[in-house]
Design a protein around this ligand. Structure first.
Ligand code: ADP
Ligand code: TRP
Length: 323
């Protein structure tokens, strides 16, 4: 079984990214036969990023991944841009991708409705993503729910291609774990950089505390029992506490002597303790950037060999002459 996934270097790692994506990758590297994880740097270009910022975010996210436990001995870790065959595959696949399929993509329709300055890279984003996945013959693609449609488009492209040319591409399955598909942010909506409601993992404890204290709660006074099930603080607490601790916490909520301020402090303490060793590991890694680059070089070479095989097969299948 092979697992493939990518993540865009588009900002600071937050608790939603960790629980919804990175933690899954780490679990997979211990169970999947092979795991390919890459930083989707090409995917960011359609948003006109500042070059220095893109470079910094790319290295940042790699440090985050390694610090959080992605092990280069078990996972092939690389940059999307280290594999030029993926862009060749994007072109090849685009000829078997109907316009209508891309016009129906949520991300594209969303961009259109906001009348953003849309470019061709944005329109063809799902084809690049299909190439990312199909190049490595992924069986499973762990993603958050927001990426489901992109995997469906990938499957559609692969099936169309296989229908015409034989069983060449592996049709991948999305892997979406419902319990962590939508981690709530500090305002109760999906935690997302674009909503400004995140709790960042590698910020200072002081900043993490500030973000936790900003979680939106209702105005039930402390003398009244609080409802844990509908509380944004508890919604996050349960990911970091044991079932026993959750039961205890629920009793406190119901006790009429416990306020949201107390709940927030308890959440902050749990989260901070959980992430402290990762912060320390990250500092260590940061001091040895050359080691990180070496990991990427090795990962990129391995990924490239795989992608080269796929692209050769496709070129042959569609009738390109080999010389
Ligand atoms: P953001 O919405 O903050 O820009 P990204 O799009 O960079 O996050 O997401 C990176 C990965 O983390 C994706 O696989 C995405 O599905 C997952 N993810 C992001 N936010 C959440 C969340 N709140 N709950 C679950 N998974 C999430
Ligand atoms: N589109 C994904 C996102 O916005 C990132 C991504 C790019 C990806 N290529 C991928 C995810 C391939 C899974 C597989 O988060």
């Amino acid at each position: 079984m092979r697992v493939v996934s990518g993540v865009k270097p588009s900002g600071k790692m937050h608790v939603g990214n960790y629980l919804g994506a990175v933690k899954r990758f780490i679990e997979f590297q211990n169970s999947a036969e092979e795991s390919f994880i890459f930083v989707a740097d090409y995917h960011v270009l359609n948003t006109y990023p500042d070059p220095a910022h893109l470079r910094e975010s790319t290295m940042d996210i790699l440090l985050d991944y390694l610090a959080l436990g992605l092990d280069p001995e078990k996972t092939t870790l690389f940059l999307q841009s280290s594999v030029p065959e993926v862009t060749e595959l994007t072109f090849l696949l685009s000829n078997y991708t109907p316009m209508g399929l891309l016009e129906r993509a949520h991300a594209y329709k969303d961009a259109l409705s906001k009348e953003k300055n849309i470019n061709h890279g944005m329109f063809t984003y799902p084809v690049l993503m299909a190439a990312d996945i199909l190049a490595y013959h992924a069986d499973f693609v762990p993603v958050g729910r927001d990426q489901k449609q992109h995997i469906e488009i990938t499957r559609d492209i692969a099936m169309r291609f296989n229908n015409r040319f034989g069983d060449i591409l592996t049709v991948p399955e999305p892997y979406i774990e419902e319990s962590v598909a939508v981690i709530p942010g500090t305002d109760g909506r999906k935690m997302s950089k674009s909503y400004g409601n995140t709790i960042e993992i590698f910020n200072t404890p002081k900043m993490m505390k500030k973000q936790v204290m900003n979680i939106v709660t209702d105005s039930t006074p402390m003398e009244e029992p609080l409802d844990a099930e509908s509380c944004n603080v508890f919604a996050l607490y349960r990911f970091f506490a044991t079932p026993e601790e959750c039961r205890e916490m629920k009793k406190k909520y119901a006790s009429s002597t416990f306020g949201y301020g107390h709940a927030k402090l308890a959440l902050f303490e749990k989260m901070n303790k959980y992430f402290t060793p990762f912060r320390e590991k990250r500092e260590e890694l940061k001091r040895d950037e050359e080691k990180v680059r070496e990991i990427l070089r090795r990962g990129g070479e391995k990924a490239r060999r795989e992608a080269q095989k796929t692209v050769s097969e496709i070129r042959r299948a569609v009738g390109i002459v080999e010389i």
